[in-house]
Design a protein around this ligand. Structure first.
Ligand SMILES: *Cc1c(COP(=O)(O)O)cnc(C)c1O
Length: 820
């Protein structure tokens, strides 16, 4: 676009993709791009060459997507997220382009195994968990349902840490996903923007004649440079862009200082800039005082908005129609400062008046809330906010004045007004990012029906009263391409053979499988595939941990971040209780069970790290006790990430979704398991409620308190000690743990963990324990009745199509973005 198009430039012809052409291309890339002789190339070189050859095919579709009049005329969606938990991309791209067999054959003709090199691709972990994985699923789904969309985030040099276990304790090692280069990305030096911090705000012009305006003169500036990754939709229909920002200094080196001998000072600016995009913040790290985090949030928000405005102006020459052509979704409050930044850009830089800017901003933004936990709601101390972003502080106050005026006009009492205010005045004064995101958005959505209802009753009760049309529910989804087609190719093939291809474009059509749930021939093949996936998972466990698993045992899987509210602790305490029972009644007909865990704990979250150690301590004792051999095993698989989930989900019989009701906003792991034919044992929390509605209550095992009951119980004054006293199994299990049965080398190691259950039990493990243990025995009963079990697993797959991210994205598009 930078040069006038006076000549009709020739377009590169699209590449052919049959296996021989692909093979020749791969060799060409290997030779000329990587500079390796095919005869000495290592597996990693083959991987890079293959990605480059595939990437060329992606580019053909990418250019088509951006050139199309559809793209030019439709509203563009911008998804702002501080996290993208992408995982590997090659299989995704190849499979969405429909080139899986061609690529496999091309590589085979070169003596290379696709599955072997695919395993070498770095797992891009630019996120902590569900929220980041949602952003990645959404990117793929937006391309699949043909929505012109850009994802914006940060290109962290070090993603989420790599987890090792050292004597059962979590050890954190740096994740170096860029170490071998990243053949997917395109650096875009030309798409660079200045982002400022600190400094002063001046007023220029005259207030009285209307020419007055504010000018922010930052004290510090860095350059944001774009790195683009193409995201291919299903059937290659559309290729969208994931644009990640990297920070670099304006002056990489201060030569005068360097020449004067100040080598460190000369590079200080450079180091400071590069620190900005060095590391992903771990979830649950105490947000207070983390200036770098606020800098990251502003950095990527500002760069993204400047990019959005530049693209819009290039096409339309005016910003007054911005909201007709641009929808910006805030994935949680991390990019909430974008609300103030857009108002600043529109008023101070583009000279719109404040009221118009404010309305445009609100019409552009939508905000997705992911948590009600008070400690996870972001807020920033005013002195910090004001020092880093002095102009934005003024804008926040100005916006707050508007909102509070509206609340007073609606006769809100003082307490309600205090809760609505963008400024928390209750202690140290802070800016509330959730309230800023709320008032700056025309739509605020929860990520499941239950979570949305709770939002209206709790954190946003008063804002909801003031703006009753804004809150809506958009239940999360997962992309069925990655989470069925790619991770479970045999099941995918069986489904295709059984009900035809329609489900590949509309996951809801999976429901056609329902009538095969009682068909013995189909069920036999369905269960044989599950068993084969369990063998693959067992092989992974044997390889990594040297533990042998019986693929005919019940594989009971809990994989997710380690958090007290997710209650991995309840699961391991139940394992201890079961261990006790098996030993005391060895002749009962026990269903052999393997409990598998995986998940990372935030490095500063000591209780979560204690839970990992407890699981490993219990595992060591149980796995070495001949009395339960073959009946109970415990496995903690280290370094949970997307690639590990892709093996563990298809290999699961039972999916553990056991959070304290009201605390898991949605969950998406729960959806992956159901889609792959696992039964859920779960509480009525988050999307579990909707999974029950979809698969039917007879095909899911629900136990425990509802969110409402949790609330009532708390209000009445919950006393865990008396609950524990009344449960023989629970008291014995807790006593065994705290007396050191599982930690003979340090008998008091787990005493604090158990004491917190006895004294406070905020997550109500004790209150739900008996119901949970009973539910587990119900699971045993069903598992022992193979036809009944298999029929239920088939029905889980058949009725999980609704959880396709395509459905979620269509809802966002029609109800929030009004796009597509
Ligand atoms: C799906 C997924 C999550 C989210 O899991 P929940 O059980 O919903 O918390 C987290 N991490 C990874 C790697 C995932 O694939």
């Amino acid at each position: 676009m930078s040069q006038p198009q006076t000549v009709d430039l020739p377009l590169a012809p699209p590449r052919r993709s049959d296996a021989p052409v692909l093979a020749a291309d791969i060799v060409e890339r290997l030779t000329y791009r990587i500079g390796k002789d095919p005869r000495v190339a290592e597996r990693h070189d083959w991987l890079s060459a293959t990605i480059l050859a595939i990437r060329d095919r992606v580019i053909d579709h990418w250019m088509d997507s951006t050139r199309s009049t559809y793209e030019q005329e439709h509203k563009r969606v911008y998804y702002l997220s501080l996290e993208f938990l992408i995982g590997r991309l090659m299989r995704d791209a190849v499979s969405n382009l429909g080139l899986l067999e061609e690529t496999r054959d091309a590589l085979a003709s070169l003596g290379v195994d696709l599955d072997v090199i695919a395993e070498l691709e770095a797992d891009a972990a630019l996120g902590n968990g569900g929220l980041g994985r949602l952003a990645a699923c959404f990117m793929e789904a937006m391309a699949s349902v043909d929505i012109p969309a850009y994802g914006y985030g940060i290109r962290y040099v070090n993603g989420l840490f790599r987890q090792e276990l050292h004597d059962g304790w979590q050890a954190e090692l740096p994740e170096t996903w860029l170490a071998d280069g990243n053949p997917w990305e395109f650096p875009r030096r030309e798409s660079s923007y200045e982002v400022g911090f600190g400094g002063t705000v001046d007023t220029v012009g005259s207030e009285t004649d209307g020419t007055g305006r504010c000018v922010w003169r930052p004290g510090e500036r860095v350059i944001a440079t774009a790195f683009d990754t193409p995201i291919v939709g299903w059937r290659g229909k559309r290729v969208n862009t994931l644009r990640l920002w990297s920070a670099r200094p304006i002056d990489p080196i201060l030569l005068d200082a360097f020449n004067a001998g100040d080598h460190i000072g000369a590079l200080a600016e450079s180091n400071r800039a590069e620190t900005l995009t060095r590391v992903l913040y771990p979830a649950d790290a105490n947000p207070a005082g983390q200036e770098l985090r606020l800098r990251q949030e502003f950095f990527f928000s500002s760069a993204s908005l400047q990019d959005i405005l530049r693209r819009h102006l290039q096409q339309y020459d005016s910003l007054t129609n911005l909201a007709d052509k641009v929808a910006i979704q805030l994935n949680d409050t991390h990019p909430a400062v974008a609300v103030a930044e857009l108002v600043r850009l529109l008023t101070d830089v583009h000279r719109l008046d404040f009221a118009a800017s404010w309305h445009i901003a609100r019409d552009c933004f939508g905000y997705t809330n992911h948590t009600l936990l008070p400690e996870a709601l972001e807020s920033w101390p005013i002195p910090l906010f004001e020092r880093l972003l002095p102009r934005h502080m003024q804008i926040v106050y100005a916006v707050n004045a508007i909102v509070l005026r509206e609340a007073r006009a609606a006769h809100f009492d003082e307490a309600s007004i205090r809760s609505i205010s963008l400024i928390d005045e209750s202690g140290e004064r802070r800016v509330r990012m959730g309230n800023l995101a709320f008032v700056g958005s025309h739509s605020i959505n929860g990520v499941s029906q239950l979570h949305t209802d709770l939002m209206k009753e709790t954190v946003f009760a008063n804002l909801h009263r003031l703006y009753p049309d804004r809150i809506n529910a958009k239940t999360n989804g997962i992309t069925p391409r990655r989470w069925l087609m790619q991770c479970n190719p045999d099941l995918f093939a069986l489904v295709r053979e059984t009900i035809g291809d329609a489900f590949m474009d509309d996951a809801a059509k999976l429901v056609d499988l329902d009538r095969f749930a009682d068909d013995p021939a189909f069920v036999e093949r369905f269960s044989a595939i599950k068993r084969e996936n369990k063998v693959k998972l067992s092989n992974l466990v044997a390889r990594r941990l040297g533990i042998r698993l019986d693929p005919d045992a019940l594989f009971d899987v809990q994989i997710k971040r380690i958090h007290e509210y997710k209650r991995q602790m309840m699961n391991i305490v139940e394992a201890v209780a079961l261990y006790d029972q098996i030993r005391s009644q060895p002749d009962r007909d026990w269903v052999p069970r393997v409990k598998l865990f995986a998940g990372k704990a935030a490095p500063s979250y000591l209780a979560a790290k204690g839970i990992i150690k407890l699981i490993n301590d219990v595992a060591r004792v149980i796995n070495n006790d001949p009395a339960v051999r073959g009946l109970l095993k415990i496995v903690f698989v280290p370094n949970y990430n997307v690639s590990l989930a892709e093996v563990m989900v298809p290999g699961a019989d039972l999916s553990e979704q056991i959070s304290t009701a009201g605390m898991e906003a949605s969950g998406t792991g729960n959806m992956k398991f159901a889609l792959n034919g696992a039964l859920t044992i779960g509480t009525l929390d988050g999307a579990n409620v909707e999974i029950r509605d979809q698969v039917g209550r007879e095909n899911i095992v629900i136990f425990g308190m509802t969110a409402e009951e949790v609330g009532t119980r708390r209000a009445e004054g919950y006393d865990p000690a008396s609950v524990i006293e009344n449960s023989r199994e629970l008291s014995q299990a807790l006593m065994a743990i705290e007396s050191g049965v599982f930690s003979p080398d340090d008998r008091t190691r787990h005493a604090d963990l158990i004491r917190s259950v006895r004294e406070r039990d905020w997550f109500m493990l004790a209150a739900d324990f008996d119901a949970y243990a009973a539910a587990q025995r119900r699971v045993d009963g069903i598992f022992a009745d193979k036809p009944a079990w298999h029929a239920k697993t088939v029905r889980n797959t058949a009725h999980s199509g609704w959880f396709s991210a395509d459905r979620t994205i269509r809802e966002y598009a029609s109800e929030i973005w009004r796009a597509g």
